[in-house]
Design a protein around this ligand. Structure first.
Ligand code: 13P
Length: 250
């Protein structure tokens, strides 16, 4: 049985005070969660967030990580630095990073490797554009993103990580993939993992859905057998909404 994982990707939102209030509001609302609960605040609030969620069932994640150990990379943050702040998860290859910061599958792969080397669990994002879906290219596209992201990893490493299927057209648009669409493409991703590694690995890896997931649609999406939770954007900025999604997880 895979344990569901619900992660909140705050993106570039919140001031420090707002972040503190959100976390303090959230803590009592998710104490009874039967899944892994992760918040991914902006990097500048990781330390504060880490302090507030210490001794709770909420885990800390970041939104990006650099691929090098250290050095002359102004503005960047290394996996070792994140690890020293008790970061346990790293969102890698989000479509916004791919779109606005030119992240390629190769770069995503080096970031995944660096996170794993530092004991941080990658949450690798894949997903197609609306044009690609309309052209019937979704399956091949996500397969190639999965192949690229997991290149050179061992089956053991892959078993521990998380993939988030986030159709670009569903992110921040209020348009959600239907549970059938999400379930089908997540099935394609799991089959790709099986073909690249083995059935055991495909059974172990957790695959989330992300894209306009909210309390109104979370239950149905998460009732699909292959969907192991969600990567939540907008709805993770409100304690009540995020907690409601968390409590819907199987
Ligand atoms: P929304 O939930 O705001 O659509 O964002 C999804 C997302 O990109 C999570 O990483």
């Amino acid at each position: 049985m895979r344990r569901p994982i619900i992660a909140g990707n705050w993106k570039m939102n919140m001031t420090r005070e707002e972040a503190e209030n959100l976390i303090l509001d959230l803590i009592p609302k998710v104490v009874d969660a039967e899944c892994d609960v992760v918040i991914c605040p902006p990097a500048c609030f990781l330390e504060t967030a880490g302090r507030l969620i210490k001794k709770t069932n909420i885990r800390l994640g970041c939104q990006n990580v650099h691929w090098a150990d250290k050095g002359a990379f102004t503005g960047e943050i290394s996996a070792a630095m994140l690890k020293s702040l008790n970061v346990e998860y790293a969102i890698i290859g989000h479509s916004e990073r791919r779109q606005y910061f030119g992240e390629t599958d190769e770069l995503v792969n080096s970031k995944v490797i660096k996170a794993l080397q530092n004991g941080i669990t990658p949450i690798i994002c894949v997903g197609e554009s609306l044009d690609q879906r309309r052209a019937g290219e979704t399956d091949e596209w996500v397969r190639s993103q999965v192949r690229g992201a997991l290149k050179g990893l061992s089956a053991f490493e892959v078993q521990s990580l998380v993939i988030a299927y986030e159709p670009i057209w569903a992110i921040g648009t209020g348009v959600t993939a239907t549970s059938e669409q999400a379930g089908e493409t997540i099935g394609v991703i799991r089959t790709a993992v099986k073909e690249l590694f083995d059935e055991f690995t495909a059974d172990k890896i957790r695959i989330q859905y992300g894209g306009s997931m909210n309390p109104g649609n979370a239950k149905e999406l998460m009732s699909m057998p292959g969907i192991d939770g969600g990567l939540i954007g907008g709805a993770s900025l409100k304690a009540d909404d995020f907690a409601a999604v968390v409590l819907y997880s199987k």
